[in-house]
Ligand binder design. Sequence first.
Ligand code: FO1
Length: 326
Amino acid sequence: MKPLPFSGKTCLALSGGVGGAKLASGLAAILPPEELAIACNTGDDFEHLGLLICPDLDTVMYTLSGRSNAAQGWGLADESWRVIGALGELGGDTWFRLGDLDIATHLYRQNRRREGATLTAITGELCAAYGVRHPVWPMSDQAVRTKVIVPEGPLKGELAFQHYFVREHCEPPVSGFRFEGIESAAPQPRMMELLAGGRLGAVIICPSNPFVSVDPIIRLCGLREQLKAAQVPVIAVSPIVGGRAIKGPAAKMMAELGMPVSARAVAAYYGDLLDGFVIDHADAADAPAIASLGAKVRVTHTVMSGMPARIALARDVLQFAAELAG
Ligand code: FO1
């Protein structure tokens, strides 16, 4: 096995959703904490039952801790549902499934927020408690909330992300997104320091939904410019394989936005931000067309059906980044 590249450097992974957490865990399995930092989307966050829920932060944290519910992708393994069940008995909201163990995370976070701690600090405390040694950062300590724009029908207007994703099961057709608060949200300072400093080795955009997991991060003030100015490879892994998303509404959204549902369309969407784009063997025929867009293309196995596949993809991505850096 070739030695890992970027020793002494730090790779920045941008992650959202379950797919992002999977690659983040593969990277964390092979890179030590000082050589990997994970910036997570917080556009999915929402206040629910008096608690601030941070799904993409918690999914990365639980996945890196080895405690996540692998079948579900989100939440904790060995979960029980007595509190949400009792809440239902009382007539409370149960559409968003909060497990008993997961509620401990939300209670801790809510209490620390009440004490004035930043989301970055709270996430660090929770990660330490869950045994996660790699830095996991919210993309910003200020609230950014993804609104899904529904152009017609009974839900016409804007839907809060979790109302779209969970309560409405991603059914309403979408015509766009708005990231409320993004104009005044400061990008995660530690991420900006890493991007501006000399320790950065590569930026890896995980196979997350480009519209609602990656865009909220890269559209933070000044971040896209900073990514392009960074003298390191920026690589994305396609979340679309063989014309479909492995998990989540990315493919449905692309169709509703009038885009072809293809890895190539994702590469075109990211545009000149990318130095490299990683696609699955299922899309190998698209490689020349994608390469003509400007980014170098790597064809490999991108479907992560377990820890060995996550680690293999992480290695591939790092080797690819090293070749581009070379
Ligand atoms: N996703 C669901 O489809 N149904 C749920 O009831 C649900 C509850 C939930 C609770 C905590 C949490 O951290 C995530 C949860 N998710 C649930 C997943 C979440 O909606 C998505 O993972 C992200 O927002 C999409 O990336």
